[in-house]
Design a protein around this ligand. Sequence first.
Ligand code: MLT
Length: 402
Amino acid sequence: MTIPDIDLTVYPDECDAFGHLNQASFLSLFERARWEMLARGPGMDVFTREATWPAVRKTTVDYHAAAFPGDVLRFSHALVHHGRTSFTMRQTARRTKDDALIATAEFVFVCIDREGKPVPVPAEVGRFMNARPSSRGDTLRLTVNGVNLAVEVRGDGPAVLFVHGYPLDRTLWQHPLGALTGFRRIAPDLRGLGLSDAPDLGYSMATYADDLAALLDTLHVDTVVMCGLSMGGYIALEFARRYRSRLRGLVLMDTRAEADTPEARKAREGAMLMARERGAAAIAQQMLPRLFAPGAPQTMPQAVERVRLMMEAAPVKGIVGALAAMRDRVDSVPTLATLEGLPTLVVVGDQDQVTPPAVARGLANAIPGAVLNVIPGAGHLPPIEQPLATTRVLTEFLQSLR
Ligand code: MLT
């Protein structure tokens, strides 16, 4: 069964003096769409049947464009996290007549009983929305280095820290997070992205790396294999400079060591302006075609849609911060020779247009002892485009370090 989209009409009494749909009414429309969606699946009483109630704990709404009386808004829904007692639903509202993105929202719910105590999410909700609860506990919310991060932690064994790219979130690693049993998998949303808090200022590769070191301290993890994709790779190289003794191995996926060229820096400035003026959706629209292998919209439309929603949900402050951090990052080429003795795997999609295989080959050649693995049929996002092959390559590398 697929999750149905819900169409709702905007009425004049929901609008302000200038005729725009007002904020309070927008929240009610989001809520009505959720109940309608459940009514067409497991039933509106799916919670009360189990003597529980989904209490909203956090709401994040990005308003992209105004809506007016008579507009029909199409609400789509995705479960982006399903824990034991909590779940997070992402909703997107588009105007049906021109497909304009009007708003995106994320709601974090905790299921509570009559006394307000957390109780398990009804299994039917997860089944209907095609989700599985994380194998151990919920996504954690941890305050480290002065910022509150959303972090997924699963399993036991040697620790692996997954660092996502820009402007993505930890769900990039959904497949290896689920599949790599026998390892403690740790995947944070970086500050400013995903469900983590997005401060106004203070973004740099050094800050991201310090956040990760503080996160490991909080989780009482001494050493990790760090696996970073694209911007996650820039952060991993900064981490290697600052916290080398905490690394047991390194996976550099679809990334590069060089700093931005003057043209790339200029492009970052343009993207910062675009994000401030037109929001995350404009960034997603510009980036999406370059992230996937050619033909992906036809061969894997659901994966493309998933990444689009992920990018559209990124807070503008976090996007601008990440762009500044990437623009200002130092050249990591001199660091590569110093990685001697650290087992390193370089991975790249054979059709990556952002950091092509030739870049990955150069990176692997410059790191003493590094191994290169090229994933066929993938662009810049192998864990999403070719999840099985990517997880297999990661498993082999991690097993070799045991
Ligand atoms: C990423 O995927 O993290 C970014 O595309 C990297 C970049 O823009 O340099």
